[in-house]
Design a protein around this ligand. Structure first.
Ligand SMILES: Nc1ncnc2c1ncn2[C@@H]1O[C@H](COP(=O)(O)OP(=O)(O)OP(=O)(O)O)[C@@H](O)[C@H]1O
Length: 309
């Protein structure tokens, strides 16, 4: 199946000359959830805005559902639901009218059953006759999602869906996203929360300074995250790794006083027991041992720092 979103060398230079997207390429499969992770100013909102036709790219091209975002703008936009970062709702309007009105904007026929389903899915049905200003911040965010869904988009962009919300609502949002996944909606979300990307995304794209640094399957990243390092400090330094320990791919520190062993916590066995026995059999006595884990957060931070140099 062709990707539902195809971004090819997309560029954006703002009027003042600032380059916010430096040739971004990305393909997104139908039904997947992809998280765009990146620090402030990385270009996440610019990318989403370009795909939604809010801001015009200055180079490259992109398609949504096979429609070019510029030459086939209307068709591309019909396929997209956008939940913006900022809450922009009419305070005196009722929830149900806000959502119905949004559907109308897309020229879609009135469909009360669909509106009811969307509002129920977001636990807003009981609040349908409340005015927007009477809702909590979390409820308003749900209304934004309802608005974005009411014209039955196949691709939903969520720009920082849980920024500044409490833990409980964040988990509710994750549940909502999971429900949408079951309906086959493709979801692209931006987030600062690595935990969020871990919880709901199938794939993770890291973006920094207008460039995609990595796009990887979450499971593969998690496997990487599962890597740990065991460092063994020796009582007496050695000049080389003993021949008998060659299978362990040990790394000897420059001063010969410690050995590092990398292992995968998700593997069948870590090999640590055998290694420690082998060290003892070689007559090496240990002064200390410690383990460190490379987390997704560390991977992310080091990538961003590398990008900064
Ligand atoms: N209209 C504009 N004119 C000029 N520069 C802009 C404009 N909009 C955004 N930028 C700049 O482009 C860069 C990328 O901004 P963008 O909002 O896409 O980042 P982001 O990754 O979404 O950041 P955040 O996580 O803070 O929302 C920033 O340096 C920003 O200042």
């Amino acid at each position: 199946m062709p990707p539902i979103v195809k971004v090819d060398n997309l560029q954006k230079t703002y009027d003042g000359g600032f380059v916010a997207l430096k040739g971004v390429s990305l393909e997104i499969e139908e039904g997947e959830i992809i998280a765009l992770l990146g620090p402030n100013g990385a270009g996440k909102t610019t990318l989403i805005s370009a795909l939604c036709g809010i801001t015009g790219p200055t180079g490259g091209r992109a398609e949504v559902g096979g429609h070019d975002i510029i030459t086939g703008y209307r068709k591309a936009r019909e396929m997209i639901g956008l939940v913006p970062q900022e809450v922009a709702l009419e305070p005196f309007e009722k929830v149900i009218n806000t959502v119905k009105f949004s559907r109308g904007l897309f020229g879609k026929k009135r469909d009360d059953a669909l509106i009811e389903r969307v509002l129920r899915q977001l636990s807003l049905w009981d609040k349908r006759n409340s005015r927007i200003r009477e809702l909590s911040g979390g409820m308003k965010r749900r209304v934004l999602i309802a608005k974005a869904l009411c014209h039955e988009p196949r691709v939903l962009f969520l720009d920082e869906p849980t920024a500044g919300v409490d833990v409980e609502l964040r988990r509710d949002m994750w549940q909502i996203v999971d429900n949408l996944r079951h309906d086959g909606v493709t979801i692209i979300l931006t987030t600062h929360y690595i935990e969020e990307a871990e919880a709901i995304a199938d794939r993770i794209a890291v973006i920094n300074k207008g460039e995609i640094l990595l796009v990887e399957d979450k499971a593969a990243l998690m496997t990487r995250m599962g890597r740990k390092t065991l460092r063994v400090d020796l009582r007496d330094p050695v000049v080389a790794v003993p021949e008998a320990l060659a299978d362990y791919d040990l790394v000897l520190s420059e001063d010969g006083s410690s050995l590092s062993y990398h292992y995968d916590t998700r593997g069948e066995g870590t090999g640590i027991t055998r290694l420690l026995q082998a060290l003892a059999a070689e007559g090496l006595s240990l002064r200390d041992i410690q383990t460190t884990q490379s987390s997704l957060e560390e991977i992310f931070v080091s990538m961003i720092q590398e990008g900064a140099t």
